[in-house]
Design a protein around this ligand. Structure first.
Ligand SMILES: Nc1ncnc2c1ncn2[C@@H]1O[C@H](COP(=O)(O)OP(=O)(O)O)[C@@H](O)[C@H]1O
Ligand SMILES: [Mg+2]
Length: 240
């Protein structure tokens, strides 16, 4: 089966800083792919480049064979590629439902968008707090609203940027169950996450970045033993 997403030689420079360099990999349809790397490796930049918030200055990015480089974020979202934001950027003074309706408006006019948004809140287990003020939510609720908002744009490929960052072990396990359920619904998911146990348990394959370059791509077992990944990121303890 052809890959859902294909990156070839992707580069992104911010002034003198080469944030991404010659990044090439494929994302298989229906997989949960982990994206790991030390702070500053370029993970968020890669997500932002994929969804059109940054424009790649080298290489090609194709979603189901269609070029994405140069397209505006809303066009890319319409094609089925959406990301959550790393430092949860909800509109705190509006209610949960309105935060999710924003995404649904991409495909539907208002009355229908509200229905779709509510369905997305139901999907993440938050329908009962649809009318709570976003600013009053707990961290796990905020993370789920972020996922619901991304879902409301009806993605085929969903990029999750550290949605488990503020969660405890139980909340993290619940989020992992949700991510697996979304995959079972037919989504392809790329997950950025620092917590290696979560990544190992959740992902079919893992891409490792360091200083904007691809270090390795492989199964969790291959990645955890990969000498360059161990040196750059994991430390000896993970390899043993
Ligand atoms: N908008 C930007 N302008 C300038 N430099 C940036 C910008 N975004 C990220 N960077 C830099 O690019 C590098 C990669 O950052 P980032 O993608 O956020 O890494 P990660 O998500 O892996 O921690 C870092 O050195 C960061 O400071
Ligand atoms: Mg980041």
């Amino acid at each position: 089966m052809s890959p859902i997403l294909e990156l070839r030689g992707v580069g992104k420079r911010f002034g003198g800083l080469q944030a991404l360099q010659d990044v090439s990999f494929e994302v298989r349809r229906g997989e949960i792919l982990g994206l790991i790397g030390p702070n500053g490796a370029g993970k968020t930049t890669l997500f932002s480049t994929l969804v059109g918030l940054h424009r790649a200055d080298a290489g090609t990015i194709q979603l189901e064979g269609r070029n994405l480089v140069g397209l505006k974020p809303h066009r890319i979202a319409r094609l089925g590629l959406t990301k959550t934001f790393q430092n949860v950027a909800l509109f705190m003074d509006t209610d949960v439902l309105d935060n999710v309706v924003i995404g649904a408006l991409l495909h539907h006019p208002l009355p229908e968008a509200r229905v779709r948004a509510l369905a997305c809140l139901e999907r993440v287990g938050l329908a009962s707090i649809a009318h709570k003020r976003a600013g009053d939510l707990s961290f796990p609720e905020r993370a789920r609203v972020e996922v619901a908002r991304a879902l409301s744009t009806e993605p085929k490929l969903l990029l999750l940027d550290e949605v488990m960052a503020a969660l405890n072990a139980v909340e993290m396990a619940e989020m992992m169950d949700l991510i697996r359920a979304l995959r079972a619904d037919g989504l392809t998911v790329i997950v950025v996450e620092h917590h290696m146990k979560a990544i190992m348990a959740l992902c079919d394959r893992i891409v490792a970045l360091s200083f904007g370059r691809l270090l390795a791509v492989g199964s969790p077992d291959e990645i955890v033993r990969h000498p360059d990944v161990v040196t750059a990121y994991l430390g000896r303890a993970y390899a043993e």
